[in-house]
Design a protein around this ligand. Sequence first.
Ligand code: IVH
Length: 685
Amino acid sequence: MSDDSDLFSASAVAAARIAELRGELERHNRLYYEEAAPVISDALYDRLYAELVALEQKHPQFVTPDSPTQRVGGRPLEQFSQVPHLSPMLSLDNTYSEEEVGKFFVRLEKLLPGHAVPTVIEPKIDGVAISLVYRDGKLSHAATRGDGTVGDDVTRNVCTIRSIPQQLGGPAEAIPPLIEVRGEIYLPKARFAEINEERQAEGLPVFANPRNAAAGSLKQLDSAIVAGRGLDAIFYSTGALEPAPGHEWKTHREALAGLKAFGLPVHDWLAIAESVGEVLGAIRRLDVERHGFLSETDGAVIKLDSFAQRQRVGHTAKSPRWAMAYKYKAEQAETRLHDITIQVGRTGVLTPVAELEPVFVSGSTVARATLHNEEEIARKDIRKGDIVVIEKAGEVIPAVVEVRTARRTGAEEVFRMPANCPVCGGPVSREEGQVAVRCLNPFCPAQVKRRMEHFASRGAMDIEGLGEAMVELLVTNQLATNIAQLYHLTAEQLATLPRSGEKSIANLLAAIEASKSRPLWRLLFGLGILHVGVTSARSLADHFGTLDRLMAATEDDLQTLPDVGPVVAPAIVNHFVREENRQLIEELRAAGLNFGERDEPRDTRRQGGKLAGTWVITGTLSRPRDEIAEAIRDQGGKVVGSVSKKTSYLLAGEEAGSKLAKAEKLGIRIVTESELQAMIEDQGD
Ligand code: IVH
């Protein structure tokens, strides 16, 4: 073959591969950005992308403006109206290599000869990019990235996020006439785990990771659903900006302080570096500390601090030259999958679970991982006996990401969902259009146990001492085979159980007794009505006031509530129609549980509670904010996100910033955490 034809065939091969890579990347972009359901890992996406960049660099004649390398992200969704960004939302160059970070820093030094190049290193939040526009301090709209130029208008959904102010705070003279703020909407890791647990129990598809869950939530057309998800946000830059005179920012650090003073949430982890060594040191430090953050943090972003220097180095069509993202490799481990067992959930959903040879990954030993459903197993072709790759989704939930098919021996077994419930032997069914297979026997011991655990859990009736192990003992020994029977347990009965001392028996009985007077919403949530999460349970309790009024409600009555839509309303009605549920409720009534005060104006107890009034929480506290807010609400307080004249109390933790200053200025009562505790414990009412 001549040299010419060699060359020709080489470029033909390159052209074919380029076309193939573009197709693949387009597909994954669509799955990632538009459907929020990626099927490959970020690392693999980045590898494909890097291969395309390399090929295009080698064969520039094939570069076209529609190549994924020349565009940012995916196209906006159809259902939302579109808003143009005031300034383009660029992306960042990504790397997994410390060497590349070093080169980036050296390039900055070359572009800015004779100057120090102070950089900031901050957490890269794994969420969904968002752009907010505030005009004269008032939130005008919120948009997703979209294609970088035009995004989806998600204002209504963003307004459900409590930490995002509708009105910028701080001194009036500092408020810019116009500011476009950029950041990330994320789902806290703990909420991700909770939501997936609930979805699993209800037979709904689970989210692969917190990022998908955030993207999926933000793209809900029903804001009521978004409100229940518990999204949060962190902001890290600005787009278009007309600063208030005398309030121009010269550095990134000043900008972050400014955003914080406006009451926008910013990350409190930040490092400054002036050399490659310092940059790498900060990146490694962040790698350790990120595990303690509320949000999933998948990397570090390195940025020039000085805006004047940023201006000088400029940007390409796609990304700034003054910033770079370093991504941490997801920790993975290989292990053998010994078996696939079946777990039966609270609503009877059968979930296949991987039983693994224990392996250490991301800080703990993993021996089991949910495989979600039959489709998921078939899609990944997971077989009993396979060597599999384990990762933690959202750093919390162990997941099987891949099978090492090359290491198969032929002895591996294909999985089939059983035709009967493996616990009670009863029939199972699969509803039209659903992936979930359910055991149809409501008295199935597995379902009974899971329902009892849910009823007693912290988020529901909060019965201390009634965890998984105790429930197992009670149900297996037939001391309690439904939740109502818990209220008839005696010390003598409990004494027959293994390892039960007098003290623990007394504590358990006291905890069960105390649960009788829990607020109605806890009971409603605890009943495990399909689709009724904490948020809907609260609004149902507030609206109807008593369980009887709720049970008498029609679908139309229910749908008048903002948190209840066409899915939730029939689920509630169906729950109360079923004879076994009505029977159970009568037993609970006879046991003396609080069903809400009949015929009293609703919410009297809460309105007259010890902490009545409007509360704002700020600063670092000893317990999670949600927990504290919950305690305040339990005592009749209302918790809101920002300080105004209407605020009654500001609960201020360590390092409280602008909210504290504003509250002081407005003469609002400032309460410390220990003062709050004293107010709660105060017996004087
Ligand atoms: S700065 C001009 N800072 O990661 C680009 N981005 O892969 C400005 N991200 O597009 C982005 N944390 O959506 C920046 N601390 C952070 C970030 C961050 C997460 C996202 C952002 C960006 C993407 C790049």
